[in-house]
Design a protein around this ligand. Structure first.
Ligand code: ZN
Ligand code: ZN
Length: 288
């Protein structure tokens, strides 16, 4: 018998928004990015000739209807993805996942080390509202950190780095923000789906989130417990030389702005990304 699925016990609707809310951007002929309040989801199809596609991440709690409508708008009535891939299991990336699984009956994939947070076995560390930043950092104390339980609806990504249904794509382990965080990369046009390994808006500041001012930033501070790993992950991504990136938060970025922003983030990681204080920054700051 199939196990019942559960959202995290502390999941709730979060009253945060941005001017990009509802915005849908066709980033490349086969990559679409859609903003759900303050977080992005992506649709990827593997070729321009097919209607087949996958979904990356699953938006905010309560957003399933909006995601299903966006899928139909983009791929036609009754369209459904072949699978859902999760960059990680934070509440704002799995908010609608239960409803989507129930509606589409599709498999979900995530990194092995993220599975405890997706099968109800382990909570994420509490958000740290004491990191410097604006209103969103302060609000983060109310962000859910308990795990969803997808039971046997979620499975681990293939160990060889391949991505089911997407022949040209590879997944890369980019931990730090969470233990099993992954990013997706296609060598041919150096397209990157980064998740929260880095983002293109200072996610801690309500004003910047609201207007979506573009600026490469490290992973959201209040939710990142391992800054040494987070730094190594940004270095790894920079070495892929992405030409275009969809990040978990902020608008998609491409070209020199992306290239220079990533180099600057790598070279000034402590200054740009790591909080000066806060319980998760100490291990990093003491070592530097
Ligand atoms: Zn996150
Ligand atoms: Zn996020």
């Amino acid at each position: 018998m199939e196990k019942e699925m559960h959202l995290g016990g502390d999941y709730k609707i979060i009253p945060a928004t941005s001017l990009a809310d509802g915005l849908s951007v066709q980033v490349l002929p086969d990559i679409y990015c859609k903003t759900i309040q303050i977080v992005n989801i992506a649709f990827i199809s593997d070729s321009q000739n097919t209607k087949e596609f996958v979904l990356v991440d699953a938006g905010m709690p309560g957003s399933a209807k909006e995601i299903i409508a966006a899928v139909q708008e983009t791929f036609g009535e009754g369209a459904r993805p072949q699978a859902i891939f999760l960059t990680h299991g934070h509440f704002d990336h799995v908010g609608a996942i239960l409803d989507l699984i129930t509606h589409w009956q599709v498999p979900v994939y995530a990194h092995n080390e993220e599975l405890p947070f997706l099968q109800g076995n382990k909570s994420y560390p509490e958000p740290d509202p004491s990191v410097e930043g604006g209103m969103i950092a302060k609000l983060s104390g109310m962000f859910p950190n308990e795990p969803v339980d997808l039971g046997n609806h979620v499975q681990q990504l293939p160990l060889d780095g391949t991505v089911p249904f997407l022949k040209e794509w590879k997944w890369h382990h980019t931990p730090g923000h969470t233990p099993g965080h992954v990013s997706f990369f296609r060598e041919r046009d150096r397209a990157l789906i980064a998740g929260d390994a880095f983002v293109t808006v200072k996610q801690e500041y309500l004003y910047k989130v609201l207007i979506q001012e573009q600026e490469i930033s490290g992973p959201p501070r209040y939710f990142t417990p391992d800054w040494l790993q987070a730094e190594a992950s940004v270095q790894k991504i920079n070495q892929l030389h992405p030409a275009v990136a969809v990040t978990g938060h902020g608008l998609p970025m491409a070209g020199d702005q992306l290239k220079e922003g990533l180099i600057s983030l790598v070279e000034n990681f402590q200054e740009i990304a790591v909080p000066d204080k806060g319980k998760y920054a100490d291990a990093y700051n003491q070592k530097m």
